[in-house]
Design a protein around this ligand. Structure first.
Ligand SMILES: Cc1cc2nc3c(=O)[nH]c(=O)nc-3n(C[C@H](O)[C@H](O)[C@H](O)COP(=O)(O)O)c2cc1C
Length: 114
């Protein structure tokens, strides 16, 4: 399962592209939080895709990772970013409460407009 948060579509595109290539499923973190669906006992590969916000995690991604109960054999993390990815994977690990097996940064169109 590949969980994503996306405000303008970059992370959704990344999550759905990987899901298609790996016959997996892309799932919105926001939908899970709104439906209070936070238990996923059977997950072989866990993917997390989130934008970088202020060199860290968006609040929604942090809240989701803190509350989700998920078992997986392999966990990969992708932070999309516009200019500088910062320390997003570190915060993902802290909120998830365990080590990530693989961490990637992926440059995408920057939606930080100021
Ligand atoms: C509030 C805000 C803060 C951001 N902070 C950063 C940042 O610190 N570093 C960076 O490289 N990009 C930053 N960005 C750009 C996004 O991380 C980037 O465009 C991302 O791909 C957007 O993904 P999305 O379309 O799935 O929401 C920020 C964007 C927003 C809206």
């Amino acid at each position: 399962m590949i969980f994503y948060f996306s405000s303008t579509g970059n992370c959704r595109y990344v999550a759905e592209t990987i899901a298609k290539e790996t016959s997996d499923e892309a799932v919105s973190m926001l939908d899970c939080l709104q439906r209070r669906k936070l238990e996923f006992p059977d997950c072989n590969v866990l993917g997390i895709v989130t934008p970088t916000y202020a060199w860290g995690l968006p609040d929604i991604a942090a809240v989701f990772l803190r509350h989700v109960r998920i078992r997986s054999r392999y966990t990969f993390f992708i932070a999309t970013y516009g200019t500088t990815p910062g320390n997003t994977a570190y915060f993902a690990q802290k909120n998830l409460g365990r080590e990530l097996d693989a961490k990637f940064s992926l440059k995408m169109p920057d939606n930080f407009t100021p």
